[in-house]
Design a protein around this ligand. Structure first.
Ligand SMILES: [Zn+2]
Length: 311
């Protein structure tokens, strides 16, 4: 019997030091790994993430950008790729493992080795565009994995669902013009990165932005899914569901103003699982994006992964 849920991670993802006081800190991954080692997760299978190869990275990013990033790490200290994307000597190693985790997870899900996968990785990816790092993100992990699914495995319909509190502008930028994708994002709006207007649907109409307002919580979030997102996903009939799993829409998150709870993350994961079960034998690959209150993050990831596992 195939494994039900696999965690892809790598110890190098703990080496990406962003400096004192930065919210995208090493402790985020430490608390997540601790939470997933608890007894209720004993059936999870753990896989070491490989490094993404250049060919995979260059499907989502320009060759120039990939070359620049491979040499971007400072020999010591810190370097700012933009005002809030800070890297240090080992950061590119971490970024290569993060993107590589999603590629390996896509391979294992599409070849039936595991039904679902969660990539417990950092840096996150959904703000990284084709040409630039931004918003704590270096490589767009899910876009790299999604394009790998299309180009290497020949998939024609890949859904990327992003419930991070911030709009996944980088993912939208990269998949725009690619007919094999449907990108759907719920996000606080107006808010960083100041994209994600509902009228912006992309060159091919396959970008669906469902903004929420500061203060919105469980009711508005679930309504957005019930009325817009789940019908769009079911109409698209995905062959693979990718999830940009950011947990910074949690009510206790210090960076944003939505009011979701762990229960909402379990609920939305269960709904996405129903979509995947209906259309693509349950194939889901989820990857960590944001989430900056350590306690809320650990509990939310536990709820998400718990819902990716069978009952
Ligand atoms: Zn975020």
């Amino acid at each position: 019997m195939a494994v039900q849920c696999t965690i892809f991670t790598h110890k190098d993802c703990l080496l990406h030091d962003t400096g004192e006081g930065h919210p995208e800190q090493i402790a985020r991954l430490v608390v997540i790994l601790e939470a997933l080692k608890k007894p209720q997760f004993k059936n999870l299978v753990w896989q070491e993430a490989p490094k993404a190869d250049i060919e995979d990275l260059c499907r989502a990013h320009s060759v120039e950008y990939v070359r620049e990033m491979l040499q971007a790490a400072p020999a010591s200290g810190y370097r700012a790729l933009d005002s809030d994307t800070i890297i240090s000597p080992k950061s590119i190693e971490s970024a290569l493992r993060s993107a590589g985790a999603v590629v390996a997870a896509v391979d294992d899900v599409l070849t039936g080795k595991t039904k679902t996968a969660f990539c417990a990785v950092r840096p996150p990816g959904h703000h990284a565009t084709k040409y630039r790092a931004m918003g704590f993100c270096i490589f767009n992990n899910l876009a790299v994995g999604g394009l790998h699914a299309v180009r290497v495995h020949g998939l024609k319909r890949v859904a990327i669902v992003d419930f991070d509190v911030h709009h996944g502008n980088g993912t939208a930028d990269i998949i725009d013009g690619h007919p094999e994708f449907l990108f759907i994002s719920t996000h606080q709006h107006p808010f960083y990165p100041h994209t994600g207007d509902p009228l912006t649907t992309g060159k091919l109409g396959n970008i669906v932005n469902v903004p929420l307002q500061s203060g919105d919580g469980s009711g508005e979030f679930r309504q957005a899914y019930a009325e817009k997102i789940l019908p769009a996903l079911n109409a698209f009939k995905p062959e693979l569901v990718l999830v940009s799993a950011g947990f910074d829409a949690h009510k206790d998150d210090p960076l944003a103003g939505l009011r979701l709870t762990e229960d909402d993350y379990a609920w939305v994961t269960g709904e996405l699982k129903k979509v995947a079960d209906k259309h693509c034998e349950g194939r889901i690959v989820s990857a960590l994006e944001g989430g900056y209150n350590l306690e809320a993050l650990a509990a939310s990831v536990a709820a998400h992964v718990g819902a990716l596992m069978p009952c």
